[in-house]
Design a protein around this ligand. Structure first.
Ligand SMILES: [Cu+2]
Length: 129
């Protein structure tokens, strides 16, 4: 038992710095604050889980918006431009979406928030490994 605990401690030390640390970016659009979290840091080729928290000017969570995530990579030698879309689904006070990056490199992400027929967009770049 002692040995198991010791091994767990070593393991924790080894993976420690990256463990439980999500990729996180906070952006402002108009009076909204949008926090984008990805469960992989750095984001990886394949499936990544995105969590979005949207707060209004008074710090209240927005939960009545339609949220979509568009992600794309511009064309490069031997590869046409790639564009994908994912609908985010509200869970509690967070919007969740799955994004599937098909290759490593720089991807552009656009979070589109539609509320009361107004559209707000948050743009960011992620470096996928
Ligand atoms: Cu590419």
């Amino acid at each position: 038992m002692k040995r198991v605990i010791f091994l767990l401690m070593i393991l924790t030390l080894m993976v420690g710095p990256a463990w439980g640390k999500n990729y996180e970016v906070t952006k402002k659009v108009d009076d909204y604050t949008v926090r984008v979290e990805i469960d992989k840091n750095p984001p990886i080729v394949g499936e990544n889980n995105l969590s979005l928290t949207i707060k209004d000017g008074s710090g209240k969570n927005i939960t009545d918006a339609k949220v979509k995530v568009e992600y794309s990579m511009p064309a490069m030698p031997g590869m046409p431009a790639m564009n994908y879309k994912a609908d985010a689904v509200l869970k509690g006070s967070e919007y969740k979406a799955k994004v599937n990056f098909s290759m490593a490199g720089s991807w552009g992400l656009v979070v589109q928030i539609t509320q009361a027929e107004k559209v707000k967009k948050v743009k960011l770049n992620v470096d996928v490994k």
